[in-house]
Write a protein that binds this ligand. Sequence first.
Ligand code: ADP
Length: 400
Amino acid sequence: MKVLVVNSGSSSIKYQLFDMTDESVLAKGLVERIGISDSIINHYPSDREPVITHQDIPNHRVGIKLMMDALLHSEYGVIKDVSEISAVGHRVVHAGEKFSGSVLLTDEVMDALKECIELAPLHNPPNILGIEVCKELMPGIPQVGVFDTAFHQTIPECAYLYGIPYKFYKKYKVRRYGFHGTSHKYVAQRAAEILEKPLEELKIITCHLGNGSSITAVKNGISIDTSLGFGTVAGIIMGTRCGDFDPAIIPFLMDKEKLTVEEINKIIYKESGFLGLSEGISSDKRDLRERANQGDERAIRTISAFTYGIKKYIGAYAAAMGGVDAIVFTAGIGENSKETRAEACEGLEFLGVKIDPEKNKVSAKEAIISNDDSKVKIMVIPTNEELMIAKDTAEISANL
Ligand code: ADP
């Protein structure tokens, strides 16, 4: 069974074609700069050289058509006919409170996703567009939606409600949703497999640390709390997003600096986090580390605030779950930065968290990096959201 995974963003489309018999990737690719000049199609067949093509791509319809052409190409394609694709799995950012798992994208589901546009105005429209074009170009092939928010729908009311008038929850569904759910679910499942223990018996804290970051408490296989919330700015500080801060600052700054809603939004989403706190050094963790190593105070304080945030969430989620069996680090920073992992775990020995400096030297591969006598297993697990989407898609389409 071959499953195509599509992640349709505002100006790019990422795709991977899986052979589910052995979960191998037959080809993957990235269509970039859709609707902008100098559009590019990067196609990577697993057994041949990459093919990079420059072509005008005015819209997603053309982008997806070119993705199909690449997959079917006589020289660098990996399938001969569209009918070889058994199902298509789509990454969708926001499914509101409607879905707690992946589903077949029926007309009814599409309507529900459209209702969520106001909750994710930047992400849901291109996701929906990608689905509509795939439905049109691949008629009769099941299309499945896998939602970033779904895994967190198990979070209890006490953790998803905010302390603002309840009418805003009723009127506008203002609550914690959480994101990166597919990644948290994948690494939690892998952690259980690696530890050879049932997921249903484990308390795991999953730290997805990338440009966007979130930390999740996974108790007995389900998410019970997560650091991102209604939007994608809460929790620990990120590349350009602010993380948790006192909401009183928003009206204060709007008044002082005479800011519009758009301007304050830009500050908290695009000008804060690593970039803002370091006074413009970089939104990229590697640049900050390099500058910190040279003694730059701005980089040092930014990194300290970041790792302090991770440590605080680990403590909070250990309390929320009544203990912790494993801490998992994933995504760009979590998989690669031994310094971040060491600093986040430092001082948590009282919880039974003991990192092994030698084992911690690992980068971008699965490993247990705690001491043998550490009560809590500390793990590095590269995330694989595409495989998770492909697995869900295969399962749903097999049961049709
Ligand atoms: P996204 O959220 O966009 O998917 P990634 O998961 O790719 O982001 O993470 C990007 C972050 O990972 C950047 O801050 C980058 O500096 C960091 N990163 C990537 N590789 C390394 C590395 N080898 N060492 C430290 N940080 C790294």
